[in-house]
Design a protein around this ligand. Structure first.
Ligand SMILES: NC(=O)c1ccc[n+]([C@@H]2O[C@H](COP(=O)([O-])OP(=O)(O)OC[C@H]3O[C@@H](n4cnc5c(N)ncnc54)[C@H](O)[C@@H]3O)[C@@H](O)[C@H]2O)c1
Length: 255
């Protein structure tokens, strides 16, 4: 799968990892549909020019994501939609039992699962159905799906029951989805980032960010969004990458 002249759906594209991935794909000659709830997605698409379209959409909505996939299929012309880099997601922190002894809020837990896990399934199912209709390329390949998990799927910290469970769900879907979609020539991969410098992490106090950077064996810093985008590009172009989750974390293991 080449990037040049192919069309990719990028979710969470108004910010952080998704925005960096859209930039890299356009720089490599690809076309992108930028999906996000945030209205700033329109401005991001404008900056990227003719090769980009914006689609304000909620990844948990059937109709929004159908529209986004249709927009991408149309942008792709004869080649249709070639791939998805699904970055939209939310972080949440809540203890099972708080300092005053109150149990965690059940709706807040369900909301994180709904966005990060159910939203991922929604994006995958609609994109896969569209890509299954593509004409096969080399090796019979029709498309690629790249989901975003987190190292919290493996090394969840206190307060991360909802976030870790949602990302562990994304990890868990990778292999069964890859096995199922192999008959359509669609690969499924996930990236599990460590700690990256994005707006999602900007709420962390400076001291905590420095401590996290110091905990990375090498390089001793937070990840840069383009480093995520580079891995996404490699996954798109390397057909042997399938059914796997790649940690992209400088070797950090959360305590
Ligand atoms: N930044 C990190 O350190 C880090 C680490 C591990 C995993 N991740 C994961 O990477 C992904 C991208 O994170 P980021 O750091 O770029 O965050 P970010 O907050 O900068 O970007 C996330 C984007 O997703 C969008 N979004 C949220 N809910 C949505 C919904 N329901 N529908 C459509 N769009 C929605 C937001 O509007 C935002 O633009 C997330 O899934 C996150 O959990 C990030």
């Amino acid at each position: 799968m080449q990037v040049k002249d192919n069309t990719f759906l990028i979710t969470g594209a108004a910010s952080g990892l998704g925005a960096a991935t859209a930039e890299r794909i356009v720089a490599a000659g690809g076309k992108v549909v930028l999906c996000d709830l945030n209205e700033s997605v329109d401005a991001h698409a404008q900056v990227l020019g003719e090769a980009a379209r914006a689609c304000r959409s909620d990844i948990t909505s059937d109709s929004d994501m159908q529209k986004a996939v249709e927009t991408a299929v149309a942008l792709g012309g004869e080649r249709g939609l070639s791939g998805v880099v699904h970055c939209a997601g939310v972080v949440s922190v809540a203890k099972l039992v708080d300092r005053k002894g109150n149990p965690a809020d059940l709706d807040a837990y369900a909301k994180t699962i709904q966005i990060n896990l159910v939203g991922t399934f929604n994006v995958m199912r609609l994109a896969a159905a569209a890509m299954a209709k593509n004409s096969p390329g080399e090796d019979g390949e029709r498309g690629v799906i790249i989901n975003t998990a987190s190292i919290a799927a493996f090394d969840g910290q206190v307060g991360q029951c909802a976030y870790s469970a949602s990302k562990a769900g994304v990890v868990g879907m990778s292999l069964p989805a890859a096995r199922e979609l192999s008959r359509h020539g669609v690969r499924v991969m996930a990236i599990a980032p460590g700690v990256f410098e994005t707006p999602m992490m900007s709420e962390i106090p400076d001291e905590a960010a420095q401590a996290l950077a110091a905990a990375v064996p090498f390089p001793k810093r937070l990840g840069r969004p383009d480093e995520f985008a580079r891995l996404a590009e490699q996954i798109i172009t390397n057909p042997m990458l399938n059914g796997e989750v790649i940690r992209l974390d400088g070797g950090i293991r959360m305590q």
